[in-house]
Each structure stands twice: as C-alpha cells, then as structure tokens.
Design a protein around this ligand. Structure first.
Ligand code: SAH
Length: 250
C-alpha cells in the first residue's frame, strides 16, 4: 500500500511538472492516459540506465531536458504520414512524440544495437502501435528509403552539416526536416546553409524556445527545413567522407 502511494505521488509530480512546462511553452497538453504512458517510459529508461548507458541526464531533469524538449517538435510535424527519427538512441524524441501524436506513424533508426533493443522492448511494454525501430546506419539505408518519409527529425546526433546529409535524402519533396538544436544552432546554420540547399532544402524556418530547467531557462531552436527538390545522387556519402567535409567548413 505504502509503495503504491509513493508511486502514484511520483506520477502526480511528474504529470504536474510536465503540464506546467508544456503550458508555459504553448505546447498541447498530454491526456492523463498519454502522461501515464510517458511516465512508464520514464521508469523503464531510468531502470535500464542502471545497467546500460542510455542517458547522462539526471532523472530529476528528465521532464524538461528529455520529454518537453522532445515534444517541442510536435507542432512542426505534418498532419498525417510517416516520420523518421534518425539516431533515436534510447527513443528520443521518438517515444514522447509517438505517444503525443497517435495520428502519425513513426520509425526510429539507430546504429547501436543495444539501444535499438531497448526501444523495441519499450514499444512492446507500452503497447505503442504507431512506432517501430530499425537497426542500421542512416547513410547506408538512405538509398533504399530515399524520399519515403513525410518528415525526418533528429536530436543530439551530429552537427547540422552532417545531420542534413544523413536526414534530407529520406525526405519526400514538399516535406520538412526538423532539427532540434541548442545554443549552437545559428553557428551551425551559417556553416551549413549552402550544403543544406545543395541537398534539396530551402532556407530554414527558425523557431526559438526558452526551456525552463530548475528555475532557469535554456535556449532551444527548432529548425524546420522544407525539401523543395530531389537530393542529388551521390548523397549521402560514406560517413568518413561526410565527417571530413564537415570539418573543413568549420
Ligand atoms: N536522439 C537521441 C540520441 C542521441 S545520441 C537523444 O536525443 O537522446 C546519438 C545517437 O545517434 C546514438 O545512439 C548513435 O548510435 C546514433 N547514430 C550516430 N550516427 C548514426 C548514423 N549514421 N546512423 C544511425 N544512427 C546513428
């Protein structure tokens, strides 16, 4: 009984913290059932993190730094279709968005097998029916799934130059690449704008948010880039070649 009460109190704290932060940022609130699913993901993430390195964010900061941060992308996603999360890791922003947007289907992609296994188990445990996860490297799967997705997103995977080359080939023309970035967004954008346009996207729309973290705020920038023409054949290059080119433009 005691245990049950403690658990439900923890959920209340989690839910309240989530509601307040989403409200402050003007993001649509989750229903009680959605918040409960997100809390179950939270418990799985931090329990598994004891055995496996999934996140460096302390458990007490996970609501703003993982879940609210992930949900910033929600309003930039389309109204229907299939969304790809490149380098999803432990399932971020994939799982919070799959919970918040049952009207969309999601694919998470990651090159680390144990992280993919964790996300796969999570999807099963939570009973999420609109999301799946693939094990592989973006640059190796890009030709097979070229121009197949209605949105492609990524958080904390690579600099914008590299990320654009990994993500934009997967995107259908007329759809958006959504990059969740922090304070380096503008610097990275200046350095990679020519490359982004070469890959087929237009100039990005830049959306700035102040994420409340422990009584302070952290800057977040959601870049939304519309694909206007096909990515030229030859992109993405092999990862080593992308990395080398990225270093040259810094
Ligand atoms: N998006 C998550 C994870 C960030 S860590 C989050 O926001 O927390 C970066 C992840 O990208 C790692 O799990 C790594 O395995 C994956 N990754 C890096 N390069 C990749 C590539 N070329 N293709 C697929 N996944 C990649």
């Amino acid at each position: 009984m005691m245990n049950f009460e403690n658990k439900s109190n923890e959920f209340e704290v989690f839910h309240t913290q989530l509601k307040e932060a989403l409200g402050a940022l003007g993001i649509k609130a989750l229903s009680d059932a959605q918040a409960d699913q997100l809390y179950r993901y939270h418990l799985l993430l931090y329990k598994t993190n004891e055995e496996m390195n999934l996140t460096a964010v302390p458990e007490g900061d996970a609501v703003p730094l993982h879940y609210v941060d992930s949900l910033l992308a929600s309003s930039f996603l389309p109204n229907k279709g299939q969304v790809l999360d490149v380098g999803t890791g432990a399932g971020l922003p994939l799982i919070p968005l799959a919970i918040a947007r049952p009207d969309l289907t999601f694919v998470g992609l990651d090159s680390t097998e144990k992280k993919v296994s964790f996300v796969r188990k999570t999807i099963k445990d939570l009973g999420l029916e609109n999301v799946q996860v693939w094990y592989g490297r973006a640059e190796e799967l890009a030709n097979q799934y070229r121009e197949s997705f209605d949105a492609v997103m990524a958080r904390a995977v690579a600099n914008l130059y590299t990320l654009s080359e990994l993500c934009i080939p997967f995107l259908k023309i007329g759809c958006d690449f959504i990059a969740l970035k922090g304070s380096l967004a503008d610097k990275e954008l200046t350095a990679s704008l020519n490359h982004i346009m070469e890959l087929g996207c237009d100039k990005p729309k830049r959306n700035e948010f102040e994420l409340p973290v422990r009584g302070e705020t952290q800057k977040r920038v959601v870049l939304s880039l519309r694909k206007v023409k096909s990515t030229p054949a030859g992109f993405p290059r092999r990862f080593g070649a992308i990395k080398k080119a990225a270093l040259q433009i810094q």
